[in-house]
Design a protein around this ligand. Structure first.
Ligand SMILES: [Mn+2]
Length: 312
């Protein structure tokens, strides 16, 4: 591509890497954007929903290849048993994700799997170890600065699942439909050169009841964390990344790999941050589509967009 030889554009003269924990900068001149290495102490990902067409496995693989950590927590809904039971869906990319996780465990990353409601089948194997991946119902993570964080998927604090489990399955089918609509919608957007934009996320935030559902969930999880005497909680389940304090408790939600493509990371000093990989995913897509205004060098550079960082 002719574009590859152009020098990287810098946004308003500021260093694109400022403040980003990039260990190796992507080379500028070899055409393809090399993955920026993100070296952190811990990574939390959840709601991958492997086994469903909604799972954005390629973006997830890209993230897993780019990140290195001592601890890796899989905070539930990793493999979607609910949907696999309805219809079998298991493409190569989903296999690659599992292989990548096992490989990380083999290479010395401590990988801990906290099952969620969609992979509740794994709750039968609590205390076991699969290829170096520990399966636990929940656990405590101590940050580099000494804070104790309770790690749980969070479905136990979802009013719908607790009070009307059948409704959760109906909701799941409706959600699946919205995601299908979202994929169709985004393939159209990609064709005309627009970046990825989550329709399902937009709809969810538009619906007032969904907003109060998120709020109730966050409050309930934070309340339970306080009861347990920890400083914070890391969960997933509601596909809504968040990092904030709720009544003195740090509430962290690592988001999902269906809509928002987010993860939670802990830096060497204990600082937590949400990384948003959706920018990277759409950059890669537009770079491939050879559309005007896309810049290969920049596609690599904007790999990590911190959406929220702790202030404390
Ligand atoms: Mn869940």
């Amino acid at each position: 591509m002719a574009r590859a030889s152009r020098p990287p554009r810098s946004r308003g003269g500021e260093d694109l890497f400022a403040g980003l924990p990039v260990v190796a900068r992507p080379p500028v001149d070899d055409g393809a954007p090399a993955p920026a290495r993100l070296a952190v102490r811990s990574v939390w990902i959840s709601d991958l929903h492997l086994g469903t067409p909604g799972c954005q496995a390629h973006a997830l693989l890209d993230f897993l290849k780019s990140v290195e950590s001592r601890h890796l927590y899989l905070v539930g809904d990793i493999i979607d048993g609910w949907q696999l039971r309805r219809s079998w869906y298991w493409p190569q990319a989903h296999n690659d994700v599992v292989q990548k996780l096992l490989r990380k465990a083999r290479k010395g990353t401590r990988v801990v799997f906290v099952p969620g409601n969609h992979d509740e089948f794994a709750r039968k194997y609590l205390g076991h170890n699969f290829g170096g991946i520990e399966v636990v119902p929940d656990c405590i993570h101590v940050t580099a600065d000494g804070r104790r964080l309770w790690i749980t998927h969070g479905d136990h604090f979802d009013g719908v699942i607790q009070c009307a489990p059948w409704l959760a399955h109906v909701g799941d089918a409706a959600y699946e439909f919205t995601l299908r609509l979202n994929r169709w919608f985004n393939s159209l957007r990609a064709r005309v050169g627009l970046p990825y934009w989550s329709l399902s996320k937009y709809l969810k935030l538009k619906v007032k009841r969904a907003v109060s559902f998120i709020g109730d969930f966050e409050q309930a999880v934070a309340r339970e964390a306080r009861k347990r005497g920890v400083q914070g909680v890391v969960c997933g389940h509601i596909h809504h990344a968040e990092l904030r304090e709720i009544d003195g408790i740090l509430y962290a939600n690592d988001g999902d790999w269906v809509e928002s493509l987010t993860a939670l990371v802990e830096h060497a000093d204990g600082r937590l941050e949400i990384v948003d990989w959706s920018g990277r995913a759409s950059s890669a897509r537009t770079a491939r589509a050879s559309l005007p205004d896309s810049d290969d060098a920049e596609a690599g550079a904007v790999a990590v967009t911190a959406v929220r960082t702790e202030t404390a």
